[in-house]
Design a protein around this ligand. Structure first.
Ligand SMILES: [Zn+2]
Length: 292
């Protein structure tokens, strides 16, 4: 962890140092054209602003099986919704788990303030592949869930659930109609107002339990409506806080909305400057243990 923190600090310094180069207009920086343009992830409309949006049925190209898709939206909400924190320890499962280990892709390009080092560096050819904050932090957050799979954190054993990631600067797409065999993570404008992030999962969630499985996850973080922080700044969304929660959906956990579960990482709302979801709590660990 210390190495990663140092790495993050170095990256932050690097980006700060090179920000002058970014600001300077230059025709040679084809990259800069992408910084100001945003794609919008338009989610199917729901009547009730529901955090779980049904995407319908499709055929998974990888397995040939019929799968269902869901988009799980993480909304911002100030305070605790009027509830009183309880002892918690709860968890909710989506009804499917991973039976295979698949790799994932992350495009770190964002306008929310998270450091990344584009191909060739900011004109200096010093790019370090895989070194963006979002990429290494996502890898780090996945490790937490995999560590929890045996019910004990920090004991050096767990289960490889989500596989290895690769940082890419290619255009990625969250799949709202049918899975495409790729597990993709990137930044964009999420259409729903108040949506901080959305995780899309495809899988078999019903029928004989032995047939149920997840086949794909995609994740989009909103860098238009929210600025992002690497260290819990009060006016921004802390990336590790939100990503750790979102990755809980990737492994098969559902949101919690009971006031008793306010302190669990899988609690359904998040707030500016919040960092308590960076660590897994008793219910998060118990749920992962139950699945794997
Ligand atoms: Zn959620």
């Amino acid at each position: 962890m210390r190495d990663k923190l140092v790495m993050g600090a170095l990256l932050l310094t690097l980006v700060t140092m090179t920000s002058t180069a970014v600001a300077a207009p230059s025709g040679s920086f084809g990259w800069l054209g992408q910084l100001g343009s945003h794609r919008t992830l338009v989610l199917p409309a729901t009547a009730d602003h529901s955090p779980v949006i049904t995407l319908g049925t499709a055929v998974d190209l990888t397995t040939g099986q019929t799968v269902d898709g869901y988009a799980i939206v993480h909304y911002a909400k100030g305070g605790n919704g009027g509830g009183k924190p309880g002892s918690g320890g709860g968890y909710a499962l989506m009804g499917a788990k991973w039976k295979t280990v698949e790799p994932w892709l992350l495009n770190p390009v964002n306008t929310g303030g998270l450091p990344y080092d584009p191909p060739g560096g900011f004109g200096n050819n010093n790019s370090t592949p895989g070194s963006s904050f979002a990429f290494w932090n996502t890898s780090y957050d996945i490790d937490k869930w995999e560590d929890a799979a045996d019910g004990v954190m920090g004991n050096g054993s767990g289960t490889d659930i989500l596989g290895d990631g690769t940082e890419t600067f290619s255009t990625l797409t969250a799949d709202l109609v049918a899975p495409d065999g790729l597990n993709e993570v990137y930044f964009a404008d999420v259409s729903e107002s108040g949506a901080i992030a959305v995780t899309i999962v495809w899988g078999i969630f019903s029928g004989p339990p032995q047939n149920r499985q997840l086949v794909e996850w995609d994740q989009v973080y909103d860098d238009v409506d929210y600025d992002w922080s690497t260290f819990g700044e009060a006016s921004k969304m802390d990336f590790e806080n939100i990503a750790t929660h979102e990755l809980g959906h990737s492994v098969g956990l559902a949101d919690l909305y009971s006031p008793a579960d306010l302190e669990q990482t899988m609690y359904g709302y998040a707030d500016f400057g919040e960092t308590k979801k960076q660590t897994l709590e008793s219910g998060d660990i118990a749920g992962t243990d139950k699945l794997y």
